[in-house]
Design a protein around this ligand. Structure first.
Ligand code: 8IG
Length: 275
């Protein structure tokens, strides 16, 4: 089931390919520049219907370097949306996860494409496990920082990038101006696709983590490299292994996402309106 992807050529320049992808988006949409970009993870897809008028829906397969998501429930589409405040939002529903094993270039291609399309703000959302026991499934939380446990990086060569204030305090404050009760926490990215053992969750807690997931951290690093300002949000769909006493089930995670979708979609739409 190999799929030809120009990013898989080691000689390819991933930034040049991101520009090619952005040019294709501009050509297909007729929109020369996008202002903000959103990656919608598990539970967040409905936000796309609420943040404005979708003027174009593209299939990920039309855009160089993108692949269809491996996961049912993740839409393989890229939308251009005109928000009520007149901004252009690029909504990426086609996330490639690190655990798919296609390499980190493919994981961060959507972020680099968004930057090449002009976006200066990157909103990264995901479904994740919660370590804080009071975060009942369905709770949205802001990401305040991350711990990257993938032992990988989207940066190649001796590229030293500062990650202080990676998840913009300014954007978190704006999010809280819309929903003052939004809690925040440190996101720990594991490789997956297995969920953690309870011992690994205890380790994540001990080293300062509050949220466990399988995306976002690598994407945030790439977004920072491109100079974007980042807002990260997790939907807690389950308590992490050992914090909840019942076994984790993907079906349950999807079901919680579906239930929470209208609420968190509306929340994200309100945040986008005031950005
Ligand atoms: I949804 O409990 C979701 N994604 N690593 N752990 C990790 N990723 C997740 C989890 C979880 N829940």
């Amino acid at each position: 089931m190999s799929q030809l992807n120009p990013l898989d050529d080691p000689a390819a320049d991933p930034f040049a390919l991101a520009h090619t992808a952005a040019d294709r988006i501009a050509e297909l949409t007729g929109v020369a520049r996008h202002d903000i970009a959103l990656t919608l993870g598990s539970g967040w897809a409905h936000a796309a219907d609420l943040i404005g008028d979708t003027t174009h829906t593209l299939s990920a397969t039309e855009i160089p370097g993108f692949s269809q998501p491996a996961l049912a429930g993740h839409l393989g589409t890229i939308r251009s949306i005109l928000t009520p405040s007149g901004k252009r939002a690029l909504v990426i529903g086609a996330r490639t996860h690190y655990y798919e094993g296609h390499g980190v270039r493919r994981v961060v291609h959507s972020v680099r494409t968004a930057a090449a399309a002009g976006a200066s703000t990157m909103i990264l959302t995901n479904g994740a496990g919660g370590i804080m026991p009071h975060w009942t499934p369905g709770t949205p939380v802001l990401i305040s920082d991350h711990i990257n446990l993938t032992a990988d990086s989207p940066l190649e060569g001796a590229t030293f990038i500062d990650l202080t204030d990676l998840y913009s305090a300014r954007l978190r404050a704006i999010a809280r101006s819309v929903a003052s009760d939004l809690d925040e926490g440190v996101y720990v990215q594991f490789r997956g696709p297995h969920y953690e053992t309870p011992a690994e969750v205890q380790m994540a807690k001990t080293i300062g983590g509050h949220i466990v997931g399988m995306s976002t951290a690598l994407e945030a690093i790439a977004a920072r490299q491109c100079g974007m300002e980042i807002l990260g949000m997790s939907l807690i769909t389950n308590l992490a292994a050992g914090i909840q006493t019942t076994p984790l089930s993907h079906d349950e995670v999807v079901a919680i996402g579906k239930t929470a979708e209208p609420v968190i979609g509306a929340l994200l739409a309100r945040i986008v309106t005031v950005l």
